[in-house]
Design a protein around this ligand. Structure first.
Ligand code: NCW
Length: 453
């Protein structure tokens, strides 16, 4: 087993170790204090969408247990907590009335973090879109981007004086492609035209949100969290190499290029640009604003081969087989070298600000036995991937921090409560939390670093 103290010695003293969660996945209390439905409440109610038709009504009951959960975070020894804010608690219908009780909840949470010497890293959008906005078309409508700007302003006016950092979006790849093209996440669309609209309006919403944050809270460092994919070619053939470049454009470039270069990728644009909504004058300048940091969520590589089917739609790729035989319980290939090569590749392509690993972790579904959870494979996953982050630091990449996904087991979207990513086990009947073996190991690592900075 990798000794946490030895691993800690490879990170600078001001490196930040944290844990991450998201509102819909942990809060529950779906109707409390004026919250209205999100698209995930509706989606999880529909047959055939979420494993076991699980929903977010109770989840980890964090809305009611936030104080003891903050104590748990403190016990984990980390310096920072990354959480998301539920738009349907703050502006329950997306536009219109503001819900003070929703703001009060995050007020208490942030004060509770400060009282415990833990930094507050907030994400404004981790997929719980107010359901009412579907009446306008959800993310396929330009008006949703404007509504997001106003929601941002409301949040920052209340919390901006105490946040240590803010991210606009978590993994827009999921809320665009997985939600509108692949149909796996809410709202479950399978339509390229819808997805291309969601793409541009999500990017625009990011830019409008950055403007609002800069206006209201100029001192808060602003970032964007992307689950960039390391699109590795399945073979050395020219066709697979070209496919991996197209996959890069489609899965990464459509977010990185507008945000960091002010344009959409060329091949993507010539294949699909005519199906995008009108890109109004000034949109790309709004999207392409300087950021203080960016977040990488990394779990697994994407292996890509050319799809030779005549007329295959861009990016015209298919999955290539994994190289590593090791997969987690959700079926994702474990391959730590791709974390490092991905960061290297992205810094070579783009002029990027400093980076946090905002999510990394593994799904293993071990249960409590004799009061303990022996999840050695998760511990190994963390050790291997942190080793790569340490290598990146040694090579001079501006890596500032690392957030484990996740603090505790939670609602794993389309997989319901079946899939467990936590450092802490949650018994959903009793709501008892049990720190897993990996959680104790992560605590020993985090405790090597000073708190309250
Ligand atoms: S679903 C997903 N995740 C997990 C989730 O719990 C978290 O909220 C997300 O930020 C863990 O980290 C992220 N990521 C998307 C995975 C894509 C699944 C691919 C489906 C096949 C097309």
């Amino acid at each position: 087993m990798i000794d946490p103290k030895a691993l800690a010695s490879r990170f600078p003293g001001d490196f930040l170790f944290g844990v991450a969660t998201a509102s819909f996945q942990i809060e529950g209390a779906s109707k409390a204090d004026g919250r209205k439905a999100s698209i995930w409440d509706a989606f999880s109610n529909m047959p055939g969408r979420v494993f076991g038709r699980h929903n977010g009504d109770v989840a980890c009951d964090h809305y009611n247990r936030w104080e003891s959960d903050l104590d748990l975070i403190q016990d984990m020894g980390v310096s920072a907590y990354r959480f998301s804010i539920a738009w349907p608690r703050i502006v329950p219908e997306g536009t219109g009335p503001i819900n003070e009780k929703g703001l009060d909840f995050y007020d208490r949470l942030v004060d509770g973090l400060k009282a415990r010497g833990i930094m507050a890293y907030a994400t404004l959008y981790h997929w719980d879109l107010p359901l009412s906005l579907m009446g306008e078309g959800g993310w396929t409508a330009r008006s949703t981007a404007q509504a997001f700007q106003r929601y941002t302003k409301v949040v920052m006016e209340r919390l901006g004086d105490r946040l240590d950092a803010v991210a606009t979006f978590n993994e827009p790849w999921c809320s665009v492609w997985l939600s509108h093209l692949y149909g796996i996440h809410a709202p479950g669309e399978r339509n390229m035209d819808a997805a291309l609209h969601a793409l541009h309006y999500t990017n625009l919403a990011h830019g409008l949100s950055v403007q609002a944050i800069r206006d209201v809270s100029p001192k808060v460092p602003v970032g964007l969290v992307l689950n960039a994919h390391e699109t590795l070619p399945g073979s050395e053939s020219d066709a697979d190499r070209a496919a991996s470049e197209r996959a890069h454009q489609f899965h990464n470039g459509v977010f990185f290029d507008p945000v960091f270069k002010g344009e959409y990728p060329a091949e993507f644009l010539s294949a699909l640009g005519h199906r995008m909504p009108v890109i109004e004058e000034g949109d790309l300048a709004i999207i392409n604003q300087p950021l203080d940091w960016w977040g990488l969520n990394y779990y697994t590589p994407m292996r890509v081969a050319d799809d030779p089917t005549p007329g295959a739609e861009f990016p015209a790729t298919v999955g290539a087989p994994p190289v590593s035989k090791v997969t987690t319980d959700i079926g994702w290939e474990v391959y730590a070298p791709a974390l490092k090569s991905l960061v290297e590749r992205l810094y070579a392509r783009y002029d990027l600000p400093p980076c946090y690993i905002t999510e990394n972790g593994a799904c293993y579904n071990m249960e409590v036995e004799g009061g303990e959870v022996d999840d050695q494979p998760r511990l190994d996953y963390y050790a291997e991937h942190l080793d790569k982050v340490a290598d990146l630091i040694t090579e001079g990449y501006p890596m500032q921090g690392y957030f484990a996904w996740s603090l505790m087991d939670n609602f794993e979207w389309a997989e319901g409560y079946k899939m467990r990513f936590g450092l802490v086990h949650v018994d959903y009947d009793s709501q008892v939390r049990t720190i897993k073996k990996s959680g104790k190991w992560y605590r020993d690592l985090a405790l090597e670093f000073p708190k309250g900075n």
